[in-house]
Write a protein that binds this ligand. Structure first.
Ligand SMILES: [Zn+2]
Length: 189
């Protein structure tokens, strides 16, 4: 499995687990405390959102090119996503007061999970590679030169495609294009 595949699987598990944890914790708190629905949604979010704020970046930290702009944007979005969900909540409350349709219990049931899902959603756009990132990655790869897909030994000055370190032989295509991917494919066969 490539690191990207495992990150995608972890992300799926994370998002499902977040929903499950929310439902379980909400029910436990609602049954065992004197809090009403509104309070229970707020406290469930307060308890779980910080966990997501730690776990989600942990999954992706090594895949993202952390420029200072990207770090600032991520921190700003951490606050911005809360403000956005808060604005939806306030709008909802005003609408509910005017129309008498769906009270603040519904608003909290929607807006607390909304805040928790908006944050990872926004990071997808903040963390994705732009053209400049791709160029920087390719410059870094060129500086590092050709490496053995099997053991990572630097092969740049070698006159054959057999790695002197681990003894494995690769085609030129595997060395130049393949990298990590070709190792995985070979192991799969
Ligand atoms: Zn090697």
């Amino acid at each position: 499995m490539t690191p990207t595949t495992s990150r995608l699987l972890l992300s799926m598990i994370f998002l499902c687990a977040q929903v499950s944890a929310y439902l379980v914790l909400f029910n436990i708190l609602y049954m065992s405390t004197p809090w009403d629905e509104f309070q229970t949604h707020i406290y469930t979010g307060v308890a779980l959102h910080p966990v997501g704020l730690i776990l989600w970046p942990l999954i992706w930290v090594r895949a993202v090119r952390w420029t200072s702009l990207r770090i600032v944007a991520t921190l700003a979005w951490t606050a911005g996503s809360l403000l956005l969900a808060g604005a939806v909540f306030v709008g909802w409350i005003i609408l509910a007061a005017v129309t008498g349709w769906m009270d603040e219990d519904y608003a909290s049931a929607i807006c607390v999970p909304l805040a928790m899902i908006l944050w990872p959603l926004g990071t997808v756009f903040i963390w994705q590679d732009r053209l400049g990132d791709r160029a920087a990655r390719s410059r870094a790869a060129q500086r590092e030169g050709v490496k053995c897909p099997g053991c990572g030994y630097a092969l740049s000055d070698i006159r054959s495609t057999t790695c002197p370190e681990c003894g494995r032989t690769f085609t030129v295509r595997e060395l130049v294009v393949g990298g990590e991917q070709s190792t995985v494919e070979r192991e799969d066969k």
